[in-house]
Design a protein around this ligand. Structure first.
Ligand code: ZN
Length: 190
């Protein structure tokens, strides 16, 4: 794979990890909302509220106000998740296969032109950044200390931690160079 393809594949792994964290947060929030709704319902069924309603009847505005709005709280994390899935589907809709949009994008990377791979990486990083800022979780980047880029001789090499070990890539943010971590380690050892 070309450096652009390696970087795109790694970026999609970062996005996958961010989306897993988003899904976990959405599920967690759904449980909170369900618990809140159960509490509200049991309050409304309690003898106190029951009596108030019995005294006031259907026309009692206080009883009516208590029933209505508190039962609905929107799960903002699920909403963000749904928005992101729509965006991913929009980009992946012309790619072959029946898998989810992220899987299809990842499978397509080795067949992409460098320009398309760069576009895919920027797209993945844009959504990844948005999700991570919202969740307040750190970026999936580790600075490789003291190492110089073999191509442009500058420091500032980075590696994402989300890809599985055999797909981890060392990237140069200055010149766009990229190397599979395992191959880079082998060439250092040789
Ligand atoms: Zn470089």
């Amino acid at each position: 794979m070309t450096p652009a393809q390696l970087r795109a594949r790694a970026a999609l792994w970062s996005l996958r990890a961010a989306l897993a964290a988003l899904e976990a947060r959405a599920l967690d929030e759904a449980q909170h909302i369900a618990a809140e709704e159960a509490t509200t319902r049991s309050l409304l069924k309690s003898p106190t509220w029951g009596r108030r309603r019995a005294l006031g009847g259907h026309a009692d505005p206080v009883a009516g106000a208590i029933d209505a709005p508190e039962l609905v709280r929107v799960n903002q994390w699920s909403k963000t998740q749904a928005d992101v899935i729509v965006e991913l589907r929009g980009v992946a809709e012309h790619l072959p296969g029946l898998a989810g949009p992220l899987d299809r994008l990842q499978a397509a990377v080795p067949h992409m032109s460098d320009r398309m791979a760069d576009g895919t990486r920027l797209f993945a990083d844009r959504i990844d950044g948005r999700v991570r800022r919202k969740l307040v979780i750190h970026a999936d980047r580790l600075l490789v200390p003291r190492a110089l880029c073999p191509t442009c001789d500058t420091t500032g090499l980075t590696m994402r931690l989300s890809p599985p070990a055999e797909e981890r890539v060392i990237e140069c943010t200055t010149c766009g160079g990229a190397w599979l971590r395992n191959e880079a380690l082998r060439s250092v050892a040789a």
